[in-house]
Design a protein around this ligand. Structure first.
Ligand code: ADP
Ligand code: MG
Length: 441
């Protein structure tokens, strides 16, 4: 599929829609990097009283909000009609089925009515490409060429990271990506645009999920990540110590000047050193609270809760930065952190300190692009269509029905040994499926 604009405009403008969880979002992005508009209608207030996302409420709210959000995103970008755009992108997973369905249905309708191509986007790939978006605070230098001449837009303050923006593809890759969100914690080796190898993932809770659950235990409020961070600001870092699950004891070795070669098989099951586990840490918090109660201390008292929040945040950040630092020894050219937890101030500072010390460029998205948004979906769509285009289909899925009919009529001898291709717009509702698995399904 060509993404050149029919009107001859030098820019390729994509409207993206994101409704995978509890944010109704729409954005228009030019050439995969320039944000022309970025609207997010958050449902936080709606879910606060449940202490977490209530799926049915989320999907109903998406239905109420989506049309306004899309219209506002188009108006902000001065797009009078969808036909002026080059493509429509939509998150088709991983996420909540009812929520995804709202965005996908609207995107299909818009594509059908306008005749524009429809690009399905993996939500996690969206988070990765949040690091490639330009932001207002940074000059939008560069050619429209997708990524060959530019590295990620640095949200971090490090100078070396900003310089990397001018790097060639060979200077950018391999890149190490840490995805940390409410549903995922993954270390991914990005070998080129849209090419990934999973190094490790959480065996149980995601980092953001652990923040949310611990905040609920401490009654700090919802969403848990920002609540823990705020409480930890007045916490005593020396009062409690919590475990660092699946880490090796002792000091980390000094970084090696030569790149290690990757082992051929990296198990993502069990206690592999790049895997994570956060559910035990949550239990450790619960045990600590019970111990304090037995001793007559109210664990939810403001100062005690702040001290526990501090110990918890330090443990999570230690694990995340430690494992990312270890994985960065595979000769990577840069490190990118993304997903909702990448908004965490301690994580950003600790990562920046470590990677500045070893001279490796680090990128974190600006805060407004850390949590779910549609600009990152448009960016991922642009790079995916440029580097790994998916097989096209009409928004009605008619070609796929024909495929299925042809397959059904074929004799056993005619039948291909490969199973028929999955509908490219099929929802991916396996919410915790790792990036690499969900892209290859
Ligand atoms: P999803 O998992 O649906 O993709 P996001 O990528 O928006 O959602 O991430 C949401 C998660 O990020 C939540 O678990 C939230 O607690 C966490 N989070 C947001 N801000 C912070 C923060 N400052 N510190 C730690 N966690 C945070
Ligand atoms: Mg997300």
């Amino acid at each position: 599929m060509s993404l050149t604009n029919a009107g001859g405009s030098p820019q390729c403008r994509i409207l993206a829609i994101e409704t995978s969880c509890d944010e109704t979002a729409a954005a228009v992005v030019a050439d995969g990097r320039h944000i022309l508009s970025n609207r997010v209608a958050s449902q936080i207030e709606l879910h606060r009283r449940f202490g977490g996302v209530y799926p049915e409420v989320a999907s109903r709210q998406h239905v109420l909000a989506i049309q306004t959000v899309v219209e506002e995103a188009l108006a902000d970008a001065s797009v009078a009609h969808v036909r002026e755009l080059d493509a429509i992108a939509v998150t088709n997973g991983p996420g909540l089925a009812g929520s995804l369905l709202v965005g996908v249905n609207l995107a299909k309708g818009l594509a059908y009515a306008s005749g524009l191509p429809l690009i399905p986007v993996n939500h996690l790939e969206g988070h990765i490409y949040s690091n490639w978006l330009y932001t207002d605070s940074l000059p939008a230098a560069g050619s429209p060429d997708p990524g060959e001449s530019h590295g990620p837009a640095g949200g971090s303050a490090s100078d070396s990271a900003r310089k990397q923006r001018g790097g060639s593809a060979s200077e950018q890759f391999p890149a190490l990506i840490l995805i940390v969100s409410g549903g995922h914690t993954e270390l991914v080796l990005m070998e080129g645009h849209c090419r990934y190898r999973l190094l490790g993932a959480t065996l149980d809770d995601a980092a953001g999920e652990a923040f949310d659950k611990v905040a609920r235990l401490l009654e700090l409020g919802y969403p848990g990540g920002p609540a823990i961070q705020a409480a930890a600001e007045s916490g005593d870092a020396g009062r409690f110590h919590l475990p660092r699950p699946l880490t090796r004891p002792g000091r980390r070795t000094e970084p090696q000047p030569q790149a290690f070669s990757l082992p051929t098989v990296l198990p993502v099951h069990g206690e592999h050193r790049f895997n994570f586990s956060f559910s035990g840490l949550k239990t450790a918090v619960l045990n600590l609270m019970r111990q304090l109660e037995r001793e007559g201390t109210d664990a939810r008292q403001t100062q005690t809760a702040a001290d526990i929040a501090t110990a918890f945040q330090m443990a999570v950040v230690d694990v995340l930065v430690g494992k990312t630092a270890d994985a960065a020894e595979f000769g990577v050219k840069q490190v990118c952190i993304c997903g909702g937890v990448s908004a965490n101030g301690l994580l950003r500072r600790a990562a920046e300190q470590h990677f500045a010390k070893i001279g490796l460029p680090l990128h974190c998205p600006p805060l407004f692009l850390c949590t779910d948004n549609a600009a990152m979906i448009a960016a991922a769509a642009y790079y995916r269509q440029s580097y790994a285009p998916v097989r096209q289909s009409s928004p009605t899925g008619r070609e796929h029905r024909q495929d299925a009919e042809a397959a059904a009529q074929a004799t056993p001898h005619d039948r291909p040994s490969e199973p028929p291709a999955r509908d490219f717009l099929a929802l991916d509702v396996y919410a915790s499926l790792p990036l690499v698995d969900s892209i290859q399904r």
